[in-house]
Design a protein around this ligand. Structure first.
Ligand code: AMP
Length: 401
């Protein structure tokens, strides 16, 4: 995989079509969490410093191909403008005449933001005409939307073939190099800590990680399919049979005992802050819900993390949003913060857990990606990253020649 990044390209004075991911949470028409917007600022500043003009494109939410006023990017463009202290022009248009004219009128150092790409159904259909039209607004294409890179859409995959020069932004560079450092060139031992509730969606990532890591600590709902595969009762939260089968396969391949499971859990009869909860050995969970790892498990996980040279963390160890079930997640977060290991954290909820304990800055890197991060952990190349792979481009050119 060879990708060129904005700081290796000749962009001086050019009009840059910049794909960002401003799919940010909104509250009463205001941006509630601007982490993703802030993550794009280094690329924007880099381009502005080189006399570029910028046509900024993004999606927000799931408007399903129709204009939905609450999902307009207008307030996001205002927020961006405030962060930069420079004006960002907004047109409520994507590939219509207003958008075209505004893009053509840009002077060096000026910025234009188009409307939510997903207001047009052709974005998610990866429609060629839509890609071609978007491409015509820039002379260079930069993709800085890592968190959308697992989608093959018109604005991040289709668009690339219609521009003479394309590359990744600085945010994309940080994300991919952090993944590379953790997965391809890790300082060992490499320890993965996986929790959360989307069990079926994570099993492919686990299978790939199993071959690469030295230890894999399984907490939260992620422990269930393995416990079920070992014949332990997990009546309270039965995972689907296909996932249990894949967990069984991993257990059979686990000759080096890389997999580490909870030995105790916080058992509750319902998922509620005031539910009756008690710590039980794993064999005594019965038909209650295990809503957090227990203290003995937390201690084992802490020790494994303390020995690690590299840690990858995705998914909380329990229902950390509720105080009685938050201790396991907190212990893991604190162990990662205290460790000198290179730590890569991904997934929206995992980032929120770090924020809850004020520990975000004490990790090496927190990915902006949820789905894209997990997809990267499966070892499959992300479609938008593949589209920017100059190696593949060269092969195609040679084949044609
Ligand atoms: P995910 O998006 O898969 O990382 O899942 C995050 C969610 O998993 C959080 O909202 C947690 O409350 C929830 N969660 C973590 N552990 C458990 C558990 N043992 N049982 C139920 N939900 C859990």
């Amino acid at each position: 995989m060879v990708m060129r990044y904005i700081d290796e390209m000749d962009i001086d004075g050019k009009r840059v079509l910049l794909r960002v991911d401003y799919n940010v949470p909104m509250e009463n028409g205001r941006v509630e969490d601007d982490a993703r917007i802030k993550a794009s600022l280094p690329t924007i500043r880099y381009a502005l410093d080189r006399g570029c003009s910028l046509v900024i494109i993004s999606h927000m939410g799931r408007p399903k191909g129709k204009a939905v006023p609450e999902l307009s990017l207008a307030p996001v463009s205002e927020h961006l403008s405030r962060l930069l202290g420079r004006s960002v022009r907004f047109v409520g248009d994507i590939v219509g005449p207003k958008a075209r004219q505004a893009a053509e009128e840009l002077w060096p150092g000026e910025m234009l933001m188009l409307e939510n790409l997903r207001f047009d159904p052709r974005e998610e259909e990866n429609d060629k005409e839509f890609s071609r039209e978007l491409a015509s607004y820039g002379q260079v294409y930069i993709d800085d939307a890592f968190s959308n890179a697992h989608r093959a859409h018109a604005s991040n995959v289709g668009v690339v073939r219609y521009l003479p020069e394309s590359g990744g932004g600085l945010q994309m560079k940080t994300e991919l190099s952090s993944l590379q450092r953790a997965l391809d060139l890790p300082r060992r031992p490499l320890v993965a800590v996986i929790g959360g509730a989307k069990v079926a969606g994570k099993i492919a990532a686990l299978e790939n990680l199993h071959g690469r890591v030295d230890k894999m600590l399984l907490g939260g709902g992620m422990a269930y399919p393995f416990l079920a595969a070992q014949g332990r009762p997990v009546d309270g939260a039965s995972p689907d049979e296909a996932t249990v089968e894949r967990a069984r396969g991993m257990l059979e391949r686990d000759r080096d005992h890389k997999l580490v499971f909870p030995v105790d859990m916080v058992a509750a009869d319902r998922k509620s802050e005031d539910a009756f909860a008690e710590v039980v050995p794993i064999d005594e969970l019965g038909n209650r819900l295990g809503l957090d790892i227990g203290p003995r498990t937390a201690q084992i996980f802490r020790e494994e993390i303390a020995r690690a040279g590299t840690v990858i963390w995705n998914g909380p160890m329990g229902v950390f949003e509720m105080e009685p079930f938050s201790h396991g997640t907190r212990t893991v977060a604190e162990a990662i913060a205290a460790s000198p290991a290179f730590s890569l954290v991904g997934g929206g909820d995992t980032g929120s857990a770090l924020d809850q304990y004020g520990l975000r800055d004490r990790t090496s890197y927190v990915s902006t990606g949820g789905g894209a991060f997990l997809e990267a952990l499966t070892g499959r190349e992300l479609p938008a990253v593949e589209a920017l792979d100059t190696d593949k481009g060269m092969i195609t050119t040679r084949t044609i020649a």
